[in-house]
Design a protein around this ligand. Structure first.
Ligand SMILES: [Zn+2]
Length: 237
């Protein structure tokens, strides 16, 4: 007697095999949002008051995707070493240690050699001059090109099986410009929304505006032979 399998039997068996091999199907906790972070400035309260006057506060102009963060109404002029300048660079709030985040194209036009850094890492970074309506600040350091990164909350770390500081790749499918950007740094905050930040150069290179699909891809680890298949899923985190 020959057993015949109908379609639903086949599907059930395939599901069983996959579940045994891969574990239960994992549900994506959050949609993946990819945003271009255009050039911007962060300012300390001290610098806000020098640039915009005593007692000045950053005023929200537009809320950002991450809760509590905003593009301020205020802009500053960023001046490079040979007096080349960008006239209206948006300030982002709330206040925090001053920092200027530029795309390479911006840095080149200012004549500044901006290193790629994680936000807040100002070791051996160049400075610049900031000009506001009420005053001038000379930054000794803090001009960077922000390293491409992905913000994650606890559910995202678990889903992607990564930990803060790990790297992931981002594939962007867009007509004639499909690109994989490698080595996005995973940045964690407990209340973060899942969001990739790339700069305008990166966003333009892959024509992000026309993208039909974006996907985070785990880095392939050396196959440790434990059966994880080089996904690194076996590593404790
Ligand atoms: Zn970011």
């Amino acid at each position: 007697m020959t057993a015949t399998l109908n379609r639903s039997d086949v599907e059930r068996i395939v599901r069983q095999v996959l579940t045994t091999k891969l574990g239960p199907q994992r549900i994506k906790p959050n949609p993946l949002v990819v945003n271009v972070s255009a050039r911007h400035v962060h300012l300390s309260q001290e610098h806000v008051e020098i640039l915009f006057g005593k007692g000045a506060q950053l005023e929200p102009h537009k809320m950002l995707y991450q809760e509590g963060y905003f593009a301020a109404k205020q802009t500053v002029m960023v001046v490079g070493p040979r007096r080349r300048m960008l006239p209206e660079v948006r300030v982002l709030g709330p206040v925090r240690p001053s920092q200027v985040e530029l795309a390479f194209t911006d840095a080149i036009s200012l004549g500044i050699d901006a290193p790629v850094r994680i936000s807040g890492d100002h070791r051996d970074t160049p400075g610049c001059v900031l000009v506001g309506p009420e005053g001038v600040v000379e930054l000794q350091a803090g001009v960077i090109r922000a390293q491409r990164h992905v913000h994650m909350g606890p559910a995202d770390l678990e889903y992607f099986r990564v930990k803060p500081g790990d790297k992931m790749d981002l594939r962007i499918v867009s007509p004639t410009c499909t690109t994989t950007l490698e080595d996005l740094v995973v940045r964690f905050e407990p209340k973060c929304r899942l969001e990739v930040h790339i700069d305008t150069d990166e966003g333009n290179a892959c024509h992000l505006d026309a993208a039909t699909h974006v996907e985070l891809i785990q880095k392939q680890h050396e196959d440790c032979g434990c059966g994880c298949g080089g996904t690194g899923a076996c590593k404790p985190h």
